[in-house]
Structures are given as C-alpha cells and as structure tokens.
Write a protein that binds this ligand. Structure first.
Ligand code: ADP
Length: 391
C-alpha cells in the first residue's frame, strides 16, 4: 500500500510543479508578447514622426526663395531644395553627387576649402554664362559638432542678376544724364565767354549768340522737367487721379498746344476719335497724347498729315497716333521707348528733344495697366498705339 501512496504523492508533486511552471511560463510569454507589441507600436510611431519631420523640413526648404544645398563631410550633396534645382535648371537627383559634378565651377572647390578651414560663414559672388550673364551670391557655413569636428557645409544661393542689371541701368542712366547736361552747358559757357571777350560789341553777332544760349538753356529746362517726371513716375509716389476722361476733347486740346509747330511745318492735324471716355488720370493722359503728337509733328513729313484715331477693344480703348513721315527702321521700333534712345541724335537735339519722351509715355501707359507699341513701314510713316481702360 505505501509504495502506491508514495508514487501517487510523487506524481501529485510532479503535477503541481508542472502546472506551477507552466502557468508561470504562460504568464511570462503573454507579457513578452505584449512588450513586443508595444515596441512595434513605438517604432511605428517613431518612424511616422521622423517622416513627418522630414516632410515638414522639405516643405520648409522648398518654400525658400534662396537655393539651399547641404553637403556632408565628404562634400557630397545630402539635400538640395527646389529653388536650387530651379536656379541651375537641374532635373536629375543630386543626392551623393559633388558640387563640382553638378555646377562645374572649379572656383567653388576653393570656397569649400576655405569654409572648412576657417569654419565660418563666407560670402561669394559667382558670375555665370558668357552670353546671358547671371550673378549668384553664395553664402557658405561649415557645420561643426560639439568636438569641433567638421560634419558638413551649408550653402545658400541667391540670384543677384536682377539687382546687378538694375545697378547697371542706374549707372548708365547717370552717365547719360551727365552727358546730356554737359553738352548744352558747355555751349552756353562757350558763347558767354565769347560775348565777354568782345563779341557783345557787334549787336548782330551778339543777338545770334544770345539766341543760341537761350535755345540751350531751354534744352536744359526740358531735360530737367523730363527727368523730374521720370523720377516721379519711378518713385511710386505719384498718385493717379483716375476719372472718366472724354478722349476727343483731350486730343483737341493737344492739337491746340501744337498749333504753332504744326503750322510752321504745314502739317495737318486730324482728330478721328469717336465719342468715348477713358478711365485715366486726365493730366497724364494729356502728357501721353502730347508727346506722341509732338513727335509726329517733329519727325513726320513737312506738309504731311498727323491723324489720331481710336478703336474699342475688350474693356479698353486702343488709340493710334499716325504720321506719314519717313518712319522708323524695324530694329528701332522697340528701342525708341528706351531712355535717351534716338534714331537721329543730331536731329532730335536740334528739335529740342530730350530722348525721354517715349519712355515717359511707356511709363504712364503701363501705370494705367495699358500697353504701348509702334509700327512703321519705312518711307510711309510711323504709327504709335497705346491702350487705356474704358470708363
Ligand atoms: P525725343 O526727345 O528725342 O523726341 P522720344 O523718346 O520722344 O525722344 O523719341 C525717341 C526717338 O524716337 C526720337 O529721337 C526719334 O528718333 C524717334 N521717333 C519718335 N517718334 C517718331 C516718329 N513719329 N517718326 C519717326 N521717328 C520717331
């Protein structure tokens, strides 16, 4: 009997131990599964966050106007934003490539070396292209970690082309203005000196000299008036007083102003404008018409015809001032609107021209939201067109 009881007790003990450990094992493995699940969730969350940060970063970089390039410590591209690829017209993937492979500008290698060596922000102006010149300002900064080890370089590219062009235009303008002022001034000075040296004793000669002085002083006056108008128009200070302006009477008024000059050249002035009103600044519109009619009388044919007409287009009025003079060569049709551009310099100056009239016209028309252009067939006259909003 005892051995059976002992065996039963042993079996019971073993069964207890078995179930005890099995229970423990099952509880432990359930806990381990829950832990793995939690880790997976955490990982997924971290990846989603990293992706979100990367997307936000890319969106931020892509919204920048400046081109941005991030190089690693081996000078290989890690990141390039949209502005950079647009600036250099690049479509290929840039990651892993070097700056030299991408831009082919050897001087940039020197810039990178200096940045790495000096570990500071450096500015550099890069000139690209021979025909269509472009200027790029590059600011470079070394990325340094806590141990002062070089980890990469950040480059910011800024397109300076427009700024440089403006600078050049300004310089040319100042040079042109000085030149235009110098000529009449030195003539005035010369004639005054001759008069003082004795020419004043001969009344006939003195009158001739004084007339020349008067003509040149007037030239200076016109030039200064036109320069002031240009500066006013360009400053943006100018306030347009837009109102409904009947066109026909405006043209009549301009014809009245040019009556004497037209009569002197026996030019017939014809107003063919229909009853229509423009939405414009009356004084400025008068200036546009005055400059165009004045030119047509000046540069058109003696005994010729100057006609002002208009037609209605969608929401606008297209005005045409036409003459039957010698016309304008095809390569000058656009250039006549440039400041100080003249087809015949001597003739323009002789007639008191400043070379600024048509650029003022263009400015005023554009500030009314209109367009201006010229058409001409050599020997058959010139026609100037401009559009102005309809009232
Ligand atoms: P300017 O003061 O010399 O008249 P504008 O800017 O008014 O300056 O005109 C520029 C040039 O365009 C003139 O010098 C002239 O050579 C040319 N031009 C303008 N209007 C006419 C026209 N109707 N016919 C021929 N040439 C013209």
């Amino acid at each position: 009997m005892w051995p059976v009881l002992i065996i039963l007790a042993l079996i019971a003990a073993l069964a207890f131990v078995h179930f005890h450990w099995r229970g423990k094992f099952l509880r432990a493995s359930a806990a381990a599964t829950a832990e793995t699940e939690r880790l997976r969730e955490l990982n997924a969350q971290r990846e989603a966050q990293a992706l979100q940060i990367k997307t936000q970063q890319q969106a931020l970089f892509d919204s920048m106007i400046e081109g941005l390039l991030l190089l690693d410590e081996n000078r290989r591209i890690q990141l390039a934003n949209r502005a950079f690829t647009e600036l250099f017209d690049i479509t290929a993937d840039l990651r892993g490539r070097t700056l030299l492979e991408v831009l082919r500008q050897h001087e940039l290698t020197g810039l990178l070396e200096t940045v790495e060596e000096k570990q500071q922000v450096l500015g550099y102006e890069l000139k690209l292209g021979a025909l269509s010149e472009r200027w790029i300002q590059i600011n470079a900064a070394a990325i340094i970690d806590g141990d002062r080890a070089h980890r990469g370089t950040l480059l910011v590219f800024h397109d300076l082309t427009r700024l440089k062009q403006l600078e050049r235009t300004r310089e040319e303008f100042v040079a042109n203005v000085s030149h235009e002022l110098r000529t009449p001034l030195s003539l005035i000075k010369g004639y005054v000196e001759t008069l003082l040296d004795g020419a004043r004793d001969n009344p006939e000669v003195a009158t001739k000299f004084l007339q020349t002085i008067q003509r040149n002083a007037e030239r200076l006056q016109f030039l200064i008036e036109d320069l002031l108008t240009i500066s006013e128009l360009e400053s943006g200070r100018l306030k347009m007083n837009l109102q409904s302006v009947p066109l026909r009477p405006s043209v009549d008024k301009v014809f009245e102003d040019f009556k004497t000059q037209a009569r002197a050249r026996r030019v017939t002035l014809t107003n063919e404008i229909p009853e229509v009103a423009a939405q414009a600044d009356a004084e400025r519109l008068q200036q546009v018409l005055g400059n165009l009619v004045g030119n047509a009388v000046k540069y058109g044919r003696a005994d010729g015809q100057v006609k002002v007409s208009a037609r209605l287009t969608e929401g606008a009025i297209e005005v045409c001032v036409a003459d039957d003079g010698p016309g304008i060569p095809p390569d000058s049709l656009e250039r006549v609107f440039e400041r100080f551009y003249r087809i015949d310099k001597a003739r323009s100056r002789e007639q008191g021209g400043t070379g600024l009239g048509l650029s003022i016209v263009k400015h005023i028309v554009q500030s009314h939201g209109g367009k201006v252009w010229a058409r001409s067939e050599m020997g058959k006259g010139a026609a100037f067109y401009f559009t102005v909003p309809r009232s």
